[in-house]
Design a protein. Structure first.
Length: 245
């Protein structure tokens, strides 16, 4: 495909109604909905690349995608307005700008910032699609200690699901645990995150903070030893906040 123009899209979506970002047969995905909208406006071939392949049920306020087209007659503002008019209510493009032709949303990303929300000790029918609720015996002090110890470079081979990659290292540059009303927000920034890694890191943190797992097991996993049980936080509490370039 000969690319003549490339656009950078900053996209928000409610992941509740999607089977993740990436196009899959016979199910609704964010990339699939974007592709349908673009196909009504762009003549010729095009390609959409997402910075993060968010899982089923995961949300985003700052997902970034690059749209590579053979030809386009729209200005960025015109294309943004036209796409938003065609997209469903659970997807919205906040910003659309033209970039150098070789810009790639996935491979040029420097870091990604994720937020995970938990609601301990009670349930919320209204917020159930956006938080992990009903966590009993949660200790904020233990959670902060465990989660804030995750900054630095790690070999995540012990926590990777599926086929191990040759390079399993990742650098976590920032972790924050905030109390926001009756919720606790876990924010993490890193140069790359493997499949379900953020949910695994939060899952282990919460399991330790609620007395269901020993911290030593988690530390061994961070040193390459695969645990007997993978504590994976549910998807609905996770939001991709921002991609940095």
């Amino acid at each position: 495909m000969r690319v003549s123009r490339t656009f950078k899209l900053t996209v928000e979506y409610d992941g509740s109604g999607f089977w993740g970002w990436q196009i899959q047969p016979d199910v609704r995905t964010v990339q699939g909905e974007l592709k349908k909208a673009v196909s009504k406006l762009i003549h010729g071939r095009f390609r959409i690349i997402g910075a993060s392949r968010t899982d089923r049920g995961v949300h985003a306020t700052g997902q970034v995608a690059s749209l590579h087209v053979e030809e386009a007659v729209f200005s960025p503002d015109e294309l943004k307005r036209a796409l938003n008019a065609l997209l469903p209510d659970d997807i919205y493009i906040h910003n659309l700008e033209e970039m150098p032709v070789n810009f790639n949303a996935r491979f040029h990303a420097k870091s990604k910032v994720y937020l995970y929300r938990i609601l301990p000790d009670k349930r919320s029918p209204i917020r159930r699609k956006y938080v992990w609720d009903g966590i009993n015996n949660f200790s904020p002090e233990i959670a902060r200690r465990v989660f804030n110890s995750l900054t630095g470079e790690f070999d995540f081979s012990g926590l990777i699901i599926g086929d191990p990659r040759k390079d399993t290292r990742s650098r976590i540059s920032r972790t924050v645990v905030r109390e926001v009303g009756d919720e606790f927000h876990f924010e993490i920034e890193g140069d790359r995150f493997f499949y379900k890694l953020v949910r695994i890191l939060v899952g282990f943190t919460v399991s330790i903070a609620s007395g269901r797992e020993r911290e030593e097991v988690f530390r061994d996993a961070l040193n390459g030893r695969r645990p007997d049980i993978f504590w994976i936080a549910p998807p609905q509490g996770l939001t991709l906040l921002k991609v940095n370039y």
